[in-house]
Ligand binder design. Structure first.
Ligand code: ADP
Ligand code: ZN
Ligand code: ZN
Length: 754
């Protein structure tokens, strides 16, 4: 295996000589190359007693400086540059067989080179936390419960959790159900289960393998376009073929996934389904549980370390038939992998924003190619990259143009709010439309992508606004908690009774957030139950679940929320959607702002009218003449994307060019600039008409969390040239003394320029 850019280097050379016993130095002439989690772009040579017998891909415990760390064997060689007396020895071999199979290891190695991130850290990211330590890679016994008989003591109608558990276990008619799938209902589910166990109605039964799920529902008859999509994907099983499943919201994309999954399972293949964090709700798992017969596990941030290890092992050992997970699930070994689905492929959360900054969609594409299996990228608002890949003939596009189940596409219109009197940010026309829909017994949804009460607290006397002490940012007012909070670093302080600068009491709340909007709506519609859904109201386990349930069942008539509300949910009663802050996306600092605005507007709009009644979407704007906004509303996403893509082409921006961002930050304001200036000097030979380096420039928010940030923007006509330039850059940084004093990172294909 080649490790471009990662010259074999010796741990002792950095951290001083530690004596090793001379007796084993004669035993072997074969050396192991080991990836160790460090910020250094190197692999390290070690020796081991039976080096020849150790497979590539196993974990080993090695001395590293003064510490002991877990590394992964990634190669072997007969020679080493490290002097024999400085070579250190593997302390312990942790696995009998490779924890990361060769094909996946090669891909992770590719990703290390593509994203210019150290291989040791890439491999650590691919492992669950417990395996990054020296935990054994064994499949734990799986905690399960099964129903025995009706309880002797009847369950109170108010014991909701207990009733739910009983229903789930009864439905399995005595077959064991695993603890994880029961735990979604409530954090304290065990407490509710105990009385049923004491009663003798339920018993615990641990198993060696996860019980298989048995579907209960039959598939619907597919519409023509769905049928075409399913058969195209089915025909591609067993070979590499990327598909873009471009289907309007509610067109039955998930239904297509379900039927393709069934086909892959018939072939005894594993399926990987990647979804954005926010979509992986109990509702989604439930839908899959009703429809998929097979062993199913999920991987997401809500799992504890033990659960994560368990599910990871079930996938890696090939026991799981279907793995449903967020971003990092793209890195999990799946020996029988036969189909990959990436839902909401445009979603920014598929890109890791720190450390190993990979894009799970792009990694999954490489994986499908290596595995020779089809990959389906699904979206109602595909990323510009994917649309371009369709045009270039790299992806096959499958379209779903009508909503399944007979629902009509929602009607979008712009509400000009210039010179209008607004009631707490809401126009009279929007308010009366909400009133009409509520009166007709339907639900309305108001979207504002800002949480809190107001984004700014301003003094009318001196003009000062409350700012964060550690960031170049306003503090957001949270009214109910009587707090000012920074949404960038998490700092908070009590809401001051008077201006913090001049002590005047003339304070004004400027702008709107979900809290303020839902208060205003409550005042206007006092008897209507409102659900506010944002990160503040859904922090506790089960809270999001409860709010979504209220929204779906219709108990909540008015829904107010951030983008948490935008994605994937099906609220049957919602017929009106009001969008308050689309204008922000028109003038963002980021070249992707417009794309994201278009996607978000249509995703939110897609919540309207998903059943019999046609949905109406009203977009408040002060820019009703903006051509992009008009195109989006009048002609829809494909036309909008075409127009926006033309602008990207002229500006030589992705997908027509390849970009990377080099970020640097330090507590001293000049340090990041000095560091980046050194890089610019070093890279000056690379600059030319086909590669431009812009900067160093302060980050759009220069100071965050007490650190000053600057960045370089590298823009290249060809991928290979960008890659070569970055390789040169990392080699240089490795030797640069300033690199130790400055926090820096490389972001290839950034989605967020902040
Ligand atoms: P998407 O994933 O594109 O948002 P879904 O697969 O969730 O769409 O489908 C939207 C709604 O239409 C769901 O309630 C689903 O059960 C229903 N549906 C999907 N396909 C069909 C079909 N062929 N016949 C009837 N109903 C369908
Ligand atoms: Zn003041
Ligand atoms: Zn802050």
């Amino acid at each position: 295996m080649g490790y471009a850019g990662n010259s074999a280097y010796h741990a002792n050379a950095c951290f001083g000589h530690l004596p090793i016993s001379t007796s084993d130095s004669l035993l072997t002439n074969s050396y192991l190359q080991i990836a160790v989690p460090t910020p250094l772009y190197q692999v390290f040579d070690y020796r081991a007693r039976d080096a020849e017998a150790l497979s590539v891909g196993v974990r080993v415990l090695v001395p590293f400086g003064r510490r002991q760390v877990v590394g992964v064997v990634i190669g072997r060689s007969d020679s080493t540059d490290v002097p024999v007396d400085k070579l250190r020895t593997v302390l312990k071999v942790l696995d009998d067989e490779p924890i990361l199979p060769p094909a996946l290891l090669e891909l992770l190695n590719w990703a290390s080179r593509y994203y210019h991130h150290p291989i040791g850290d890439v491999l650590a990211s691919a492992l669950p936390v417990l395996l990054r330590r020296d935990a054994p890679a064994t499949l734990p016994r799986i905690e399960c419960y099964r129903w025995l008989r009706e309880p002797n003591h009847p369950v109170s109608a108010r014991a909701h959790v207990q009733l739910y558990l009983l229903k789930r276990l009864t439905a399995a008619s005595g077959e064991p159900v695993d603890a994880q799938s029961l735990s979604a209902v409530s954090r304290s589910w065990r407490k509710s289960l105990q009385p049923l166990i004491d009663d003798g109605a339920i018993e615990r039964q641990d198993l060696d393998a996860l019980p298989c799920n048995v579907s209960t529902d039959l598939p619907p008859v597919l519409l023509d376009e769905q049928m075409h999509a399913v058969s195209a994907i089915q025909c591609a099983l067993g070979k590499f073929q990327p598909f873009l499943l471009n289907g309007v919201t509610g067109s039955g994309k998930t239904e297509v996934y379900l039927q393709c999954i069934a086909q892959a399972l018939i072939r005894d293949e594993q399926v990987l389904l990647l979804v954005p964090e926010i979509s992986l709700t109990p509702q989604l798992m439930n839908r899959f549980q009703r429809r998929v017969s097979g062993c199913m596990v999920s991987l997401h941030s809500g799992l504890n370390d033990t659960e994560r290890l368990q599910n990871w092992m079930i996938a890696a050992k090939g026991h799981a038939d279907v793995v449903i997970g967020t971003r990092s699930a793209a890195l999990v070994p799946m020996p029988r992998l036969g189909l990959i689905v990436v839902d909401e492929e445009h979603d920014g959360s598929l890109k890791q924003q720190d450390g190993f900054r990979y894009n799970a969609r792009d990694f999954a594409l490489m994986r499908a190619q290596k595995q020779q299996c089809p990959i389906v990228l699904g979206s109602a608002t595909p990323s510009f990259e994917s649309l371009n890949n369709v045009t270039a003939g790299r992806y096959l596009e499958l379209r779903l143009s009508i909503r399944a189940g007979g629902a009509q596409a929602p009607m979008l219109s712009l509400l000009d709010i210039r010179r209008q009197k607004l009631h707490e940010g809401l126009s009279e026309r929007l308010l009366s439309a909400i009133g009409e829909h509520l009166e007709a017994g339907r639900q309305a949804l108001v979207f504002i992508n800002r949480r809190g009460f107001a984004p700014t607290l301003l003094c009318n006397d001196c003009g000062a606004s409350a700012t964060c002490k550690r960031c170049d940012a306003h503090m957001t007012v949270h009214a109910k908690r009587q707090q000012l909070r920074c949404h960038h670093c998490g700092a908070d302080r009590p809401l001051p009774p008077a201006c913090e600068t001049c002590l005047s009491a003339e304070l004004d709340f400027i702008g709107f957030g979900t809290e303020r909007i839902s208060n205003a709506l409550q005042e206007r519609f006092p008897d209507v139950p409102i659900a506010r859904i944002d990160r503040d109201t859904t922090r506790n386990k089960g809270a999001l679940e409860a709010q979504l349930q209220a929204a779906t069942s219709g108990t909540a008539r008015l829904l107010v929320g951030t983008q948490m509300l935008a994605k994937g949910h099906h609220f049957p009663g919602v017929t009106l959607v009001g969008i308050l802050d689309a204008d922000r996306g028109l003038f963002g600092t980021d070249f992707r702002s417009l794309e994201h605005m278009g996607q978000l507007v249509l995703q939110v709009a897609g919540r309207a009218g998903r059943e019999a009644e046609r949905g109406e979407v009203l977009i408040q704007t002060r820019n009703p003449d903006n051509p992009m906004l008009q195109t989006l509303v009048r002609d829809g996403y494909p036309a909008f994307a075409q127009a926006a893509l033309t602008e990207r082409k002229i500006a030589m921006l992705p997908p027509y060019a390849f970009v990377a961002l080099v970020r640097a930050e330090a507590t001293e304001p000049r340090a990041p600039h000095i560091f980046l200036d050194r890089i610019i000097d070093e890279l000056s030979n690379w600059q030319g008409p086909d590669l431009m380096i812009l900067g160093p420039a302060p980050a759009p928010m220069e100071r965050r969390g007490g650190r000053y940030r600057a960045q370089l923007f590298i823009q290249a006509e060809r991928r290979a040239r960008l890659n070569a330039c970055l390789k040169d850059l990392t080699a240089f940084i490795d030797k640069l003394p300033e690199a130790r004093r400055t926090r820096w990172s490389i972001d290839v294909d950034p989605v967020d320029l902040f």
